[in-house]
Write a protein that binds this ligand. Structure first.
Ligand code: OSB
Ligand code: MG
Length: 355
């Protein structure tokens, strides 16, 4: 699916998104899920192709023709598969969609969500220059986004963030490094601490939870972990180590919505605010993210933007639009609450695999 605008991060540049869409047929119903793995192993070691391999050759044989009571039952059945969280989460999403459709309940209601619309922001990739970045931010602010995240990498960090802050002194602004730095870079990052940022997301490597603690003690700006938090246990480790003050929750990275909810609960018990991250999802994943973000401890704005920020033509009939208070409405229909535009889906389909 061609992206409306290229998305550049410290790990690469995406102009198209290869999406893995999962359909599960059961009891006369169809549940849809989206695996958020990308074509390349940049954000995660998983790719669209590895996820197809793991889903087809390992996950489906464990569930096909079997009774699956709920998401926990699914997690127990696939617990022998190490890692591959993005693959597992895609399938679990389809199971939630089925559960909701069978019970005639929205995911928000199944989760016990507490809001009908979710505060959102926009995540902006690295631009050609800081001048272009400021203009891009202006465009999104004009559209009504009240919170902006900019991607940073070495050589494109402090000056970019300073430029945006200069033109938008009151904007809710945060930065995301996607693991681009090491502890040797602390001195260069230090000026970020004076820009009144909401948070600094994942500056260090995924497996550097302890080093994030050492960084956090030197910064007044909250450090937020994304890539590092791959299970609910990792949230506990990070909290116990005081490695961050905020956690980004993505159901894909955590291995499923059930794991995302557990992580939310652990953070809530420890007064660590969370927010819902995004992976440039189609309408399917976007509906799932919005439902998740209705849980009470999702306190900061989500990385879930309107459909037209990502795709000219999405694969759901429903389009998500930005309200004038920088929120997006949560779907109220059964399950994910979205229907598939089969023609659009067909036009994008590269391959179909049936089990
Ligand atoms: O780190 O949050 C990230 C997209 C792909 C991979 C990693 C990330 C992102 C985003 C996009 O920031 C957020 C969105 O979906 O709008
Ligand atoms: Mg991130």
């Amino acid at each position: 699916m061609p992206l409306v605008s290229a998305f550049e991060t410290s790990f690469g540049r995406e102009t198209n998104r290869e999406c893995v869409i999962i359909e599960i047929h059961s009891e006369g119903l169809i549940g849809y899920g989206e695996c958020v793995a990308a074509r390349d192993p940049g954000y995660s070691y998983e790719t669209a192709q590895t996820s197809i391999h793991v889903i087809k050759d390992f996950i489906i044989p464990l569930i096909i023709g079997k009774d699956i009571k709920d998401a926990n039952d699914f997690q127990n059945k696939v617990s022998g598969i190490r890692g591959h969280h993005l693959a597992k989460a895609g399938v679990e999403m389809a199971i939630w969609d089925l559960l909701g459709k069978r019970e005639n309940k929205s995911l928000k209601d199944l989760f016990g969500g507490v809001r009908d619309k979710v505060e959102v922001g926009v995540s902006i990739g690295i631009q050609e220059s800081k001048e272009v970045l400021v203009k891009t931010v202006q465009d999104y602010v004009n559209q009504g986004y009240a919170r902006v995240k900019i991607k940073i990498k070495p050589t494109r960090d402090v000056e970019d963030a300073k430029a945006v802050r200069k033109y938008f002194p009151d904007l809710r602004l945060q930065v995301d490094a996607n693991s681009a730095y090491s502890m040797d870079d602390i001195k260069t990052l230090q000026p970020l601490d004076d820009l009144n940022l909401l948070l600094i997301e994942q500056p260090l490597f995924e497996d550097d939870i302890w080093d994030h603690h050492k960084l956090q003690v030197q910064f007044k700006t909250p450090i937020c972990l994304d890539e590092s938090i791959i299970t609910p246990r990792h949230a506990r480790y990070a909290i116990e180590m005081k490695a961050c003050k905020i956690i980004n929750i993505k159901a894909g990275r955590l291995g499923g919505l059930s794991q995302a909810i557990q992580t939310h609960d652990i953070c809530q018990e420890n007064q660590i605010p969370v927010w819902c991250g995004g992976m440039l999802e189609t309408g399917i994943g976007r509906a799932s993210n919005l439902a998740l973000a209705t849980l009470p401890n999702f306190i900061l704005p989500a990385d879930v933007s309107a459909s037209n920020r990502y795709y000219k033509k999405d694969i759901t009939n429903e389009n998500f639009v930005l309200n004038n208070d920088s929120t997006i409405n949560v779907s109220t229909g059964a399950g994910l609450g979205v229907t598939i535009d089969n023609e659009a889906l067909k036009s994008y389909t590269l391959a179909t695999i049936k089990s």
